[in-house]
Design a protein around this ligand. Structure first.
Ligand SMILES: [Zn+2]
Ligand SMILES: [Zn+2]
Length: 282
């Protein structure tokens, strides 16, 4: 029973989400990838241990872009655990990263990479970095997207969002809070420009217009500490969510581990949802 349950599901968690550090875990119970490594190695270890997630299951790290909140922990983490790091040459150069040559791997947009039984597809995004990418991770027929640090919603993002069973989606700022806040005008322009971040309403529009019927979880990610409010975001999205579970990923601590299952299988399978914290397989 448990075996069949694992065959059609993925486990996901945010270890941290925000301009102070990003790290997202996606795995199938025995294998996993991390998207970004923007908290220290030690903090990554600590948070995964609290979630009963083993670093032994992590088979690769994917880096979205060179901003420090996405790469801070990658050098130490990859070296300590001998983990391959998938990063474009431009991102590695712009981030001045000194990743062990034997562990550095490159990737190209729209070309799927197999990490054992997981498939990771990068695609280009609009953000003020050298060569920024978003990722979708597929395993057991379940698709999880990691979409943060996005200046605007492009067709590629919409297309991939429409396929996701769960997505980490940036809801960086409330437009009024940013407008009336204390950030200098050049920073306000950078954030809301086409290569900055997604506002709550831009993210909501994508969710409302393009969420697929099979989406079960929406994780609101990369919230600004200065120009946003987790309760506001939760209320805003929950009002439109229907059956989709809305979770605001914190900039201070890890989320719990969420178990993402295929809806079509759920309808026919009378197996009760396993509580993620009781799962000891990862
Ligand atoms: Zn960021
Ligand atoms: Zn960034």
């Amino acid at each position: 029973m448990l075996f069949s349950l694992l065959l059609m599901s993925l486990f996901v968690a945010s270890l941290n989400s925000g301009s102070n550090g990003n790290c997202y875990y996606v795995g199938n119970g025995s294998e996993a990838v991390l998207v970004d490594a923007g908290i220290s190695c030690r903090e990554t270890e600590r948070r995964m241990a609290r979630l009963n997630l083993s670093l032994k299951t992590v088979k690769a790290i994917f880096i979205s872009h060179e901003h420090s909140d996405h790469i801070k922990g990658v050098t130490v983490l990859s070296k300590k655990y001998n983990l391959p790091v998938y990063i474009t040459e431009t991102t590695a150069r712009f981030g001045r990263l000194n990743i062990d040559r034997s562990l550095a791997r490159t990737f190209a947009a729209d070309e799927t990479i197999s990490i054992n039984s997981l498939s990771v597809t990068p695609f280009a995004k609009h953000h003020d970095a050298g060569d920024p990418h978003s990722f979708v991770v597929e395993g057991n027929g379940v698709i999880v997207g990691v979409f943060t640090d996005i200046g605007n919603v492009c067709d590629k993002l919409t297309m991939h969002f429409k396929g996701c069973h769960a997505a980490f989606l940036e809801a960086n700022y409330d437009a009024d809070m940013l407008e009336n806040g204390r950030y200098p005008i050049h920073l306000k322009r950078r954030i809301r420009g086409g290569k900055g971040h997604l506002s709550n309403h831009e993210a909501l529009e994508l969710f409302n217009t393009h969420r697929p019927a099979h989406m079960s979880h929406l994780f609101l990610a990369h919230l600004s500490a200065e120009n946003n409010n987790p309760e506001l975001v939760n209320e805003l999205f929950s009002a439109h969510a229907g059956d989709v579970q809305v979770v605001v990923a914190s900039r201070y601590r890890e989320t719990e581990v969420f178990h993402i299952r295929r809806h079509d299988e759920m309808i026919h399978e009378p197996v009760p949802l396993m509580h993620s914290r009781q799962a000891s397989l990862f």
